[in-house]
Design a protein around this ligand. Structure first.
Ligand code: ACK
Length: 351
C-alpha cells in the first residue's frame, strides 16, 4: 500500500505494518486452533485468553494484577470533558519521570462511594489492562492508593465516534469510512480471539484519535449495562441497548461473539449514515417486533451495495450463519486493497 493511499484511509503506515503482522500471526494461531480442535484436543488458541475479574474472590487482586498503579503526582488534570456514571471524565497529561509527557483521559470516581461502586469502577481497568491492540483503548494505569480513585487511559482527540460523525456529515470518502470500520473490526477480532464478549458495541463506545484511528472502549459494562443511557430493561430484567443487540441476546441473554457481530453490523450502519440513530424514532418494542418479522435496516444514502450486504449478513437471525470477526476483517481488507467493490452504491441499483 502506498503512503497516499494509507493517508487517505486515515491510518499510518506503522499501523498497517502492525496490522499485517497481526493478520499473519493470527492466521497461524487460527490454523493451530483448528488442527487441535479436529484432532479431539481441547481447543487452545495460543492467544492469551481474557480473565473475568469476577472470577477473583477479591476483585482488587485483579486490578493489582492487570493495571499499573500510577503515582498521582505524575498526573496533571487539565479540564473536564464529560461525565461518566461514576464521576467526571477529564483530559490531562501523564508525566512519568524520564519519559515524555503524554495526553491522557482520566476517569475519576466521585467521593462518597460504596465499596461495591469502587469495585465496579475499577473492574473496567482490570479488563482493559489485559488487552494490547492498536484498536483497543490503552490503559495507562490506575490510582487506587490515594483519593480520588482514577483510571488513566490514552487520550483520543476526536472523542466518541457517533458525535464525531454527526458533526462531520458527508465529509469523508467511502474509503475513509471503511478504514474506520476496518479498525473497529481489528479490535473486535482481537477481543473475540481472547474470548471477550463486549455486549455494548456501538458507535458511542468507539473513540477516534487525531488520525481517524478508531478504538473500542467501554469495557466495564460487559456484566451490567448501567452506564449506557441506551440500555433498557427487558422482560427478563436485564438492561440491554435494544437497537444494537442481537435477538437471541435480547430474548434469552445469549451474548456471544456472534451477538457482537450483530452489533458490529449496526455500527457499520451508524458509520455509513454519519451517526444516524438506528431505526430512527421507532420504539424499542417496535424494533424487537420488526426484527422478529424479518425487517432489517435499509442501506444508508450513498452506501456501497457490498457494505450493506455485509450488514445484512451480520443480521442473520441464526447466530451461526453470521460471519465471524475475522471474516468481516478479511472482507474489508479485500475492499480496501481493491476499492472497485465499493463503486456500486445502493441508490444506483435502486434507480
Ligand atoms: O464525545 P466525547 O468528547 O468523548 O464525550 C465523551 C466523554 O468523554 C464522556 O465519556 C469522552 N472520552 C471518554 N474517554 C475518552 C478518551 N480516552 N479520550 C478522549 N475523550 C474521551 C467521550
Amino acid at each position: 500500500m502506498n503512503e497516499t493511499f494509507i493517508a487517505l484511509l486515515g491510518i499510518c503506515s506503522w499501523d498497517v505494518l502492525l496490522c499485517q503482522g497481526y493478520i499473519k500471526a493470527r492466521m497461524k494461531s487460527e490454523e493451530k486452533r483448528r488442527t487441535r480442535f479436529h484432532s479431539g484436543h481441547v481447543p487452545f488458541s495460543g492467544i492469551k485468553t481474557y480473565v473475568d475479574p469476577d472470577t477473583y474472590e477479591d476483585p482488587t487482586q485483579a486490578v493489582e494484577e492487570f493495571a499499573k498503579e500510577i503515582d498521582p503526582s505524575y498526573i496533571c488534570i487539565e479540564r473536564v470533558i464529560g461525565a461518566g456514571e461514576f464521576g467526571e471524565v477529564c483530559s490531562g497529561r501523564l508525566r512519568k519521570p524520564g519519559r515524555m509527557g503524554i495526553a491522557v483521559a482520566i476517569k475519576t470516581l466521585k467521593g462518597g462511594y460504596m465499596d461495591q461502586q469502587r469495585r465496579d469502577f475499577l473492574r473496567e481497568a482490570s479488563i482493559m489492562g489485559q488487552f494490547n491492540n492498536p484498536n483497543i483503548i490503552r490503559l495507562e494505569g490506575v490510582v487506587t492508593k490515594s483519593r480520588p480513585v482514577m483510571i488513566v487511559v490514552e487520550y483520543m482527540e476526536n472523542g466518541a465516534l457517533d458525535s464525531f460523525l454527526r458533526t462531520r456529515d458527508g465529509q469523508f470518502t467511502v474509503l475513509q469510512l471503511v478504514g474506520m470500520l476496518r479498525g473497529i473490526a481489528v479490535g473486535m477480532t482481537y477481543l473475540s480471539d481472547m474470548g471477550y464478549v463486549h455486549r455494548d458495541l456501538a458507535a458511542r463506545n468507539i473513540l477516534v484519535d487525531e488520525n481517524l484511528v478508531c478504538k473500542v472502549s467501554d469495557f466495564g459494562m460487559s456484566r451490567v449495562l448501567e452506564d449506557d443511557s441506551e440500555a433498557a430493561y427487558t422482560a427478563t430484567g436485564g438492561k440491554i441497548p435494544i437497537r444494537w443487540t442481537a435477538p437471541e441476546a435480547i430474548a434469552y441473554g445469549k451474548f456471544s461473539s456472534a451477538s457482537d457481530v450483530w452489533s458490529y453490523g449496526i455500527v457499520m450502519w451508524e458509520v455509513m449514515s454519519y451517526g444516524e440513530r438506528p431505526y430512527w424514532e421507532m420504539s424499542n418494542q417496535d424494533v424487537i417486533l420488526s426484527i422478529e418479522e424479518g425487517y432489517r435496516l435499509p442501506a444508508p444514502m450513498g452506501c456501497p451495495v457490498t457494505l450493506h450486504q455485509l450488514m445484512l449478513h451480520s443480521w442473520q437471525k441464526e447466530s451461526n450463519q453470521r460471519p465471524r470477526f475475522n471474516d468481516v476483517l478479511s472482507f474489508l481488507d479485500k475492499l480496501i486493497i481493491n476499492p472497485s467493490g465499493l463503486l456500486t452504491l445502493v441508490n444506483d441499483v435502486q434507480r
